[in-house]
Design a binder for this molecule. Structure first.
Ligand code: ATP
Ligand code: MG
Ligand code: ZN
Ligand code: MG
Length: 465
């Protein structure tokens, strides 16, 4: 990519989240990730440009020095900072504007800093040779928090029984964010039990919200729709998937053949989630049990009487085990973190210059990572302990908000030595994306939000006295 010859016609709108907008290159397997700002902020152009200038390199460092060592080399692509011509960015912003979903247009793309992030396009498989006519399928899952908090600091008993995602659904429904409740429960996905994972993925397909997206050949083919058209869309998805699972078409003698296709599709996602990251490894991996807390959520629709079928655990190097392990760095819960945050704040009020030494706003380098890794287990009353726990909490928050990308494509068709003709064979890769640092200043908001969500949940599920 020659940065002085950037042409907006080589790029197209790919997608966006709350913080960034992504465009993909028409020929190369690359994307550009650009920051977004609330539209009222864009008046203060110089300030926002400076913010982006600092923030983009921070994102790369955080990914490289903090998240990558924790989550594993093979899953994380940190990307590189690129300096883009302002003219290119402005043209690009105009070009993508009409493609943007309305509900995201409360923010505008940063066209001031000329700073972006260049990443591999994870919806594609770079080594997928085009001998097969079927382009890669990519499943993006935003799994959210996969364990029940076990901290002594928790004051509301329901937090030990019902997971944050399931409680949050009630809050979102009341506040009009989504019209229908999702039946997905992260604890089922992270359970390591094929049965429970199957149910979790099925529920994601039925109500994807912003937790599931599916791409084919790099194009989005399935994601949230905030109306009742979902059933129709699930049938569309089946039509897209049919050529990838040719054997399942005949399986049910034309009796609900779509079901068999979806079934096989879910199996492929499950194997990828439980694998060591790519399809070239085999053998039964060692299982780990990460959580000391209750392994299931009382709000999950998974049948209670089937829960007894074994205590599963996740394969040690699987993407789910890696993410869960980092999420669990939050071992005090926001209720335990908030007082420590206040300890840090009080200290900084007295010694404002210490903010840099304590790396409150970065830099996110090896020394930051040392603080995260070597934080003492017991509170000695020091500001160092408080800062260590706050850093750990923020790292865990990133892992609770990341996405998993599973991209797969059929292996070369029916090679003669391939005996097992019943099962479709795929080559796949698994990555983790969206690993931005979560702001230190966000902690008071997290504390309030936690109280709100719990209170809403209690109010909406308990009958009035
Ligand atoms: P969130 O609101 O979840 O925090 P965000 O604003 O931080 O999102 P991302 O999740 O990084 O933004 O990117 C938005 C979307 O762009 C993703 O959901 C994904 O579909 C797509 N995307 C991001 N990075 C890549 C990549 N490297 N390859 C392919 N697609 C990508
Ligand atoms: Mg995201
Ligand atoms: Zn749940
Ligand atoms: Mg994000």
């Amino acid at each position: 990519m020659e940065l002085d010859k950037m042409d907006e016609n080589d790029w197209k709108y790919h997608g966006e989240g709350n913080k960034s907008l992504v465009v993909s290159h028409l020929q190369h397997c690359r994307v550009l990730r650009l920051l977004k700002f609330p539209s009222e902020d864009s008046a203060h152009t110089r300030q926002t440009a400076e913010q982006a200038f600092r923030h983009i390199p921070n994102i790369v460092d955080y990914s490289k020095y903090v998240m990558k060592p924790l989550l594993g080399e093979k899953y994380v692509h940190s990307g590189e900072v690129v300096k883009l011509p302002l003219d290119f960015v402005r043209q690009l912003s105009l070009k993508v504007q009409q493609e943007r979903p309305e509900l995201r247009c409360d923010k505008v793309m940063d066209t001031f800093s000329g700073c972006g992030l260049c990443l591999p396009n994870l919806t594609q498989l770079p080594l997928h040779h085009l001998r097969d006519h079927r382009p890669p399928i990519c499943v993006e899952i935003k799994p959210k928090c996969g364990f029940l908090p076990f901290s002594r600091n928790i004051t509301k008993e329901c937090k030990r029984k019902v997971c944050r995602f399931c409680m949050h659904q009630h809050y979102k429904a009341t506040n009009g964010k989504w019209k229908r409740l999702s039946r997905y429960c992260p604890l089922d996905l992270f359970s390591g039990s094929k049965q429970r994972m199957y149910v979790a993925l099925k529920n994601l397909l039925e109500e994807p919200q912003n937790n599931l997206k599916i791409f084919k050949g790099g194009e989005l083919i399935f994601s949230c729709k905030d109306d009742a058209k979902q059933q129709l869309e699930l049938n569309d998805l089946i039509q897209h998937l049919r050529p990838y699972f040719p054997h399942s078409n005949g399986l049910y003698n034309g009796h609900q053949p779509g079901k068999a296709v979806l079934n096989e599709f879910i199996q492929v996602i499950c194997s990828a989630l439980l694998s060591g990251g790519d399809s070239n490894r085999s053998g039964e991996p060692r299982k780990v049990h990460l959580s000391e807390s209750k392994p299931h959520c009382e709000a999950s629709p998974f049948p209670r009487d089937l829960l007894r079928n074994g205590n599963h655990g996740l394969p040690k190097d699987s993407v789910l085990a890696k993410i869960l392990q980092v999420q669990m760095l939050d071992n005090l819960d926001i209720e335990g973190i908030y007082p420590l945050y206040k300890r840090v704040e009080q200290y900084l009020e007295e010694f404002p210059r210490e903010r840099n030494r304590l790396q409150i706003d970065g830099p996110y380098n090896e020394s930051f990572m040392d603080t995260v890794k070597n934080c003492p287990a017991e509170d000695d009353g020091s500001v160092e302990y408080a800062v260590g726990k706050v850093h750990q909490y923020r790292v865990a928050m990133t892992a609770k908000d990341c996405s998993i990308m599973i991209t797969f494509a059929p292996c070369e068709e029916n090679e003669e030595h391939q005996l097992n003709l019943e099962k479709p064979r795929f080559t796949y890769s698994v990555s983790i994306l969206d690993l931005d640092p979560k702001p230190y200043e966000g902690i008071p908001h997290q504390h309030k939000l936690d109280t709100k969500i719990v209170n809403y949940y209690l109010r909406s599920t308990q009958a009035p006295p």
